[in-house]
Design a protein around this ligand. Structure first.
Ligand code: MN
Length: 216
């Protein structure tokens, strides 16, 4: 397969009790796998479109994808990319934001608590399915942004108005939380702070702030 289903870095029950094992298994092995399958099928259906780049490059250049498969690549390629970024931003091991990231959070949102409150409000306010993101703007400040469906800040401005390099994302599709939290998206968002992989988010922040690029 051109773009594979990447493995999780932890066991499916590792995020318990915040995210139950059944949700992780279904989410990764069924939902994410379906995006992988449909992305590859769409690309295979257009053999004249010869693209050898990374998934990041494919999504950044959506406008050069043939119209016949552009929506499928946007939805399913976004689905693959976003989920990989989501899982890698979570961890059963407790960690903390680096001093550098914490300073940027305080400068942009006043305090860490206010950042969490603002992020959760944005994620809760995303109507229907989508994602909430934290990212770095060209001036080094941080921004919270939401995207519908499987859209992603890495798709660039013609698709996503976020205009930032993402460093953290939260899936607010119901499949991400419904088995355990049912309709209580706010509770899922509250609990999710317990399993954020701040070590990785801090590394991503360094990549974004120093080089202006996305690091997974
Ligand atoms: Mn999902």
């Amino acid at each position: 397969m051109k773009y594979p289903l990447t493995e999780l870095e932890y066991a499916t029950d590792a995020l318990e009790p915040t995210i139950d094992a059944q949700t992780v298994a279904l989410h990764h092995d069924k939902h994410q796998a379906a995006y992988v399958e449909k992305l590859n099928a769409a690309l295979a259906s257009e053999p004249l479109f010869k693209f050898d780049g990374s998934l990041d490059e494919l999504l950044a250049g959506l406008n050069s994808v043939p119209v016949s498969i552009r929506t499928a690549v946007r939805n399913n390629g976004g689905g693959v990319w976003n989920h990989e970024f989501y899982w890698r931003g979570l961890s059963p091991e407790k960690s903390h934001p680096s001093d550098e990231l914490l300073t940027a959070i305080k400068n942009s949102f006043g305090s860490f608590e206010n950042f969490q409150k603002t992020f959760n409000a944005a994620a809760l306010g995303q109507f229907g399915s989508g994602w909430a993101w934290l990212g770095v703007l060209p001036d080094g400040s941080l921004k919270i942004c939401t995207t519908p469906n499987q859209d992603s800040p890495v798709m660039g401005r013609e698709v996503s108005p976020c205009g930032m390099v993402p460093i953290l994302c939260v899936d607010v599709w119901e499949h991400a939380y419904y088995l355990k939290y049912q309709n209580r998206r706010a509770e899922y968002l509250e609990k999710l702070w317990n399993i954020i992989n701040w070590r990785r988010v801090s590394e991503r922040f360094e990549c974004a702030a120093r080089e202006g690029k996305v690091c997974k």
